[in-house]
Design a protein around this ligand. Structure first.
Ligand SMILES: NC(=O)c1ccc[n+]([C@@H]2O[C@H](COP(=O)([O-])OP(=O)(O)OC[C@H]3O[C@@H](n4cnc5c(N)ncnc54)[C@H](O)[C@@H]3O)[C@@H](O)[C@H]2O)c1
Length: 261
């Protein structure tokens, strides 16, 4: 296999949980473009259908599944549908999450309902989708790849009411290392990307504030916020044979922000 071919995903089946989202849909298109057959699942039917159309327009086979990925029954149903349709599952990308901008509270007052919601969509979704996917990978006996989406917030505090989000993403980073350790014996590599702000509707409220954006960008050596396209190369690396000897790693994608801290 040539070096470039080791990034190809021909014959593989990729499941993007939260594939209707800004980041999830961009990654689904990229995985399809690299040769994978793709399944996208999301709680929002219209978004997941639109994402599947984009993947198909890029030339890949794709199925769209509406599901609440915080529910174990839904996650199991989605994985069963993927295996029934494609006969295998090789890659899961966990892209359900976010919500931090809608749940900003002082740390000493952080309310339980907001805490539980942020934990559910960022941590529980990653847990139940991965458990369902990895059971199928182990049964398939061909190994696999898990790619989690953590955040630079797992490493850096932010003076903006983010307690639940940093706790959830910290747990996603820790689980990445734990799962890598436990599932290596099954040939399943587990890694995560940890982006700083990526220009998506999820963070538009913050990035639309010129003072906030200017202060943020001034601390990023590469002088800008992220774009969904910045996540594609790292995720294809983690999803493919190119990362055969890499597991349990959290790749920060932040234009150099954390290098300055
Ligand atoms: N945008 C950023 O700046 C940024 C930075 C670092 C990390 N992240 C992480 O990247 C991931 C994707 O973020 P995004 O910006 O694409 O957000 P997004 O809101 O565009 O995508 C999230 C998707 O998850 C779906 N979803 C929510 N709850 C669900 C549920 N219970 N079941 C199934 N689907 C559900 C939503 O419908 C949405 O399509 C999140 O984990 C987020 O925390 C985002």
């Amino acid at each position: 296999m040539s070096t470039v071919d080791s990034f190809r995903l021909d014959d593989r089946v990729a499941f993007v949980s939260g594939g209707g989202g800004a980041i999830g849909s961009a990654l689904a298109v990229a995985l399809g473009g690299a040769g994978a057959r793709v399944a996208v699942a999301d709680i929002d039917q219209a978004r997941v259908d639109a994402a599947a159309d984009r993947v198909r327009a890029a030339g890949a086979e794709c199925i769209a599944l509406a599901a609440d990925i915080t529910r174990e029954t839904d996650a199991k149903r989605v994985v069963a549908a993927i295996v029934e349709r494609f006969g295998r599952l090789d890659i899961i990308v966990n892209a359900v999450g976010g919500g931090a901008g809608k749940a900003l509270f002082d740390a000493q007052e952080y309310p339980r309902d907001a805490w539980d919601w942020i934990m559910e969509i960022n941590l529980r979704s990653t847990l139940v989708a991965t458990q369902a996917a990895v059971r199928a990978m182990i049964q398939g006996g061909r190994g696999g790849r898990v790619v989690n989406i953590s955040s630079v917030r797992a490493q850096l505090g932010i003076n903006a009411g983010y307690s639940a989000y940093v706790a959830a993403k910290g747990a996603v980073s820790s689980l990445t290392r734990q799962w890598a350790t436990e599932w290596a014996k099954h040939g399943i590599n587990v890694n995560a990307i940890a982006p700083t702000f990526v220009d998506t509707p999820q963070v538009a409220m913050l990035l639309d504030d010129p003072a906030f954006k200017a202060s943020l960008v001034s601390r990023v050596p590469l002088g800008r916020v992220g774009d969904t396209s910045d996540l594609v190369g790292p995720v294809l690396f983690f999803a493919s044979a190119a990362s055969a000897f890499v597991t349990g790693q959290i790749l920060t994608i932040d234009g150099g922000l954390t290098a300055t801290q």
